[in-house]
Design a protein around this ligand. Structure first.
Ligand code: ATP
Length: 231
């Protein structure tokens, strides 16, 4: 089945999952996230936050229960279609030895340069872009060699923004960036989440304040879940 365009609602119905069937990592987890809302997920290391993100991307299928995205059960989606609708931003940014343009578009020639430049500007990379010797044709080193951590992160955001997904999943870095970069990232996150559904595996206080709903997981169980204002 095809997923609808635009922000995607998420419904998780009583899912249980373990990498080994007899060792559940997530147990009887349920939640509903309306289209356009932002969910912050908190929990100790090993509580199952990343596992939940992997289930949404269908890197694994749940053993029990059901996940629906945009009203469509994940099991009925084509993997390729699904992953075009979900943008994932993690702490380690995957950049490759190719032009800035190709890094941002994954070689999709349908995305024109004007659009790319607009996105770079919106996400705070205008002055970085102006410093490039060959503009969008500038070749990046592999693994983001030559870029600061903040620039690499903002490029990852730009890439996700260009792919225009209906759901964004962010696994935030807990390491501190300098205050100016931090501020740029904060602003970029706002731009990215505008009119999209978002899930943030949260490590920063500022992100938790941005979330509409909060889920606290402990050992794979839902500990608390609801609108942020009520927790
Ligand atoms: P962190 O905050 O450290 O990223 P997390 O809350 O994201 O932790 P998960 O990475 O989802 O936690 O891990 C949950 C549990 O699943 C842990 O006990 C972990 O050891 C286990 N686990 C994670 N990935 C695998 C895997 N590929 N195979 C087997 N067990 C795994």
């Amino acid at each position: 089945a095809e997923l609808p365009a635009g922000a995607l609602a998420l419904e998780i119905n009583d899912i249980t999952f373990g990498y080994n069937a007899d060792e559940p990592v997530l147990q009887n987890l349920s939640l509903q996230l309306a289209a356009g809302r932002v969910l912050g997920i908190l929990g100790r290391t090993g509580s199952g936050k990343t596992t939940l993100a992997r289930l949404l991307l269908r890197l694994y299928d749940v053993q029990q229960g059901e996940i629906l995205l945009g009203g469509v059960p994940l099991r009925q989606t084509r993997l390729r279609g699904l992953r075009q609708h979900i943008g994932m931003v993690t702490q380690d940014v995957q950049l490759f030895h190719a032009s800035v343009r190709d890094n941002l578009t994954y070689f999709d020639r349908a995305i024109d340069d004007t659009h790319i430049l607009k996105v770079l500007t919106e996400l705070g990379l205008a002055s970085w872009y102006q410093s490039l010797p060959a503009g969008l044709d500038t070749i990046l080193g592999s693994d983001g060699e030559g870029l600061s951590a903040g620039e690499a992160q903002l490029l990852a955001f730009s890439r996700v923004f260009l792919s225009n997904p209906g759901l964004i999943i962010m696994d935030e870095a807990s390491s501190r960036l300098d205050p100016a970069t931090e501020q740029l990232i904060e602003k970029a996150v706002d731009t990215l989440l505008h009119e999209r559904t978002g899930i943030i595996i949260a490590h920063r206080l500022s992100t938790i304040q941005r979330a509409d709903d909060i889920l606290i997981i402990e050992d794979g169980h839902l500990l608390e879940y609801g609108p942020r204002a009520q927790l």
